[in-house]
Design a binder for this molecule. Structure first.
Ligand SMILES: [Zn+2]
Ligand SMILES: [Zn+2]
Length: 311
């Protein structure tokens, strides 16, 4: 008999076919669906920089389970037959010593009949993602992550989803049975939702590659003017509606900090409204619609900039 025994253990998936994974480096947990994504045995942690063979991503619970199943296998295949042989020898001994001065007795419960298996449950996670680059289905804590197969960042995908939601909201608000008052009020929420999503995208991009966005401004992606400066005028050069987007960012600022009333600061940044100081800026449905489309164009520009430099 060789000294090494190899036993294959099948690690169970959860009810949705997802396999739990844990990073060696940051020890954070995620799940993925085997059979989707790239045909690879290589895996990247969605949260940190660690990458390695898929075999290095077993969770402690899975390893415990595998160990217990393997031990049981060894017990069934090797130890039990050996023990049975031993029991048989003892029985022979028992028979032979029956009439001797020293007697031998064997009872059944000397040996456990089975070893316990360490069962476990996979955890529930917050965000389910289907990678839009390789198709891998995976689940993570939080919202933002990288695809474990192709390393594609889901931040842009999450942003697009938020913009989709804004579009759906707008479609509902534009229905004829919604009152004019509610309609008007809803447009500022649409603008605000889009900018919040853009800000969240920006924070994630800056966290991953701070060197691409050199600025001391904390909420840089809420400040379109400063963002454009930081990117050396890239947005002004490439966005087909730069002035409009700039204006909407300022309008959002007005609504957030001045109940939508036009002030000196607004006029300084957006010329042409001098006579409107003290009046409320009234958003229109076409501005809201136009802004949604403009945000998707903005996303493409930022994505190209981010990917181009990502070597
Ligand atoms: Zn990690
Ligand atoms: Zn992917």
């Amino acid at each position: 008999m060789s000294d090494e025994i190899s036993i294959e253990v099948d690690i169970p998936k959860d009810e949705n076919g997802m396999l739990g994974r844990e990073c060696l480096e940051c020890e954070r947990y995620f799940k993925l669906k085997p059979g989707t994504g790239l045909p690879t045995d290589y895996c990247h942690c969605p949260y940190c920089e660690y990458e390695g063979s898929a075999d290095t991503f077993w969770t402690p619970a899975q390893l415990e389970y595998a160990k217990s199943v393997a031990l049981n296998n060894v017990y069934e295949k090797i130890l039990r037959p050996a023990l049975d042989d031993l029991t048989k020898s003892f029985k022979d001994l028992e028979r032979k010593t029956r009439n001797s001065f020293i007697q031998f007795k064997v009872t059944k419960d000397n040996f456990a009949s089975k070893l316990p298996i360490s069962y476990y449950n996979e955890e529930e996670l917050e965000t389910q993602v289907t990678c839009n680059s390789c198709g891998l289905e995976f689940a993570v804590y939080g919202v933002f992550a990288r695809c474990p197969d192709c390393k594609n960042l889901n931040a842009f995908l999450i942003f697009s989803k938020s913009i989709d939601t804004a579009q759906k909201k707008l479609d509902i608000f534009l229905k004829p049975d919604i009152s004019a008052e509610i309609k008007e009020d809803s447009f500022k929420h649409i603008i605000s939702d889009c900018i919040s999503a853009f800000d969240a995208l920006g924070k994630e991009l800056r966290r991953i590659r701070p060197e691409l966005f050199h600025s001391r401004i904390k909420n840089l992606f809420q400040n379109f003017y400063a963002l454009n400066e930081t990117l050396d005028g890239l947005l002004q050069q490439q966005h087909s509606n730069f002035d409009f987007v700039l204006k909407m960012f300022q309008v959002r600022h007005l609504y957030e900090h001045n109940l939508g009333v036009i002030d000196e600061d607004f006029v300084k940044k957006i010329p042409g409204y001098e006579k409107e100081i003290g009046k409320k800026y009234t958003l229109t449905s076409s501005e809201a619609q136009h802004f949604i489309v403009s945000m998707l164009e903005l996303k493409s520009i930022i994505e190209n900039y981010f990917d181009q430099d990502n070597s």
